[in-house]
Design a protein around this ligand. Sequence first.
Ligand SMILES: Nc1ncnc2c1ncn2[C@@H]1O[C@H](COP(=O)(O)OP(=O)(O)OP(=O)(O)O)[C@@H](O)[C@H]1O
Length: 217
Amino acid sequence: MSDLCASGLTCIKRDRVLFDDFSLNLNAGELVYLRGPNGAGKTSLLRILTGLSSPEYGDVTFDGVNISSNPSLYYQNLIYLGHKSALNGALSAIDNLRFWLAQHGIQNQDVTQASDIGCTIYQVLERLGLVGLEDVPVRFLSAGQQRRVALSRLWLKSATVWVLDEPFTALDSAGVILLERKMKQHVADGGMIITTSHQALSSEAGPHRCVDLEYRF
Ligand SMILES: Nc1ncnc2c1ncn2[C@@H]1O[C@H](COP(=O)(O)OP(=O)(O)OP(=O)(O)O)[C@@H](O)[C@H]1O
């Protein structure tokens, strides 16, 4: 059984201690909903959990191995979606996702034939309600449509750990349900998710554990 374990984390930004001696265990088949006011340190915590930034103290392990000692192994098992969509506005949805797949070294049937990549990504974009917009530079898509392109990554890469920073931003109510159901399915399949959101998760997301970060002065 996989687990992501953060222990004794301390994070300081501009002389403010956002959190100290913070510990969290995320187990396979678990959804953690990280809550807290603006500026509490949720994004800072998620970035530490992904290895994108380092805590002043403490460490993070995945399956008992410190994530900094074998980052490539961890990254194979991780999808991190930050609160920005991380799309190149000049590229289409298809090309953004192709680039992302290549960047993640995904070597499955998708990349053995160029036509298969397009086919698979087209199918995902169709599920995300983006039919007819696949080839449009994403800067011409609405905020919610851009978010849907970004979220398509969850359908394209198989990874145990999902770290999601405000993934519901700009989504309409149908998009929120689509994502919540996807999250519920991932957890039912033995995945693990930690997500932030300023809106409460609905029952569509399935059972979840709330973790609160207080704002510290
Ligand atoms: N690289 C940085 N340099 C300096 N200060 C930073 C940096 N990153 C974050 N901070 C500060 O740390 C605090 C926490 O930021 P963070 O983005 O983690 O909060 P958050 O809980 O995700 O907030 P929100 O709900 O608004 O997204 C903020 O006061 C922010 O200004």
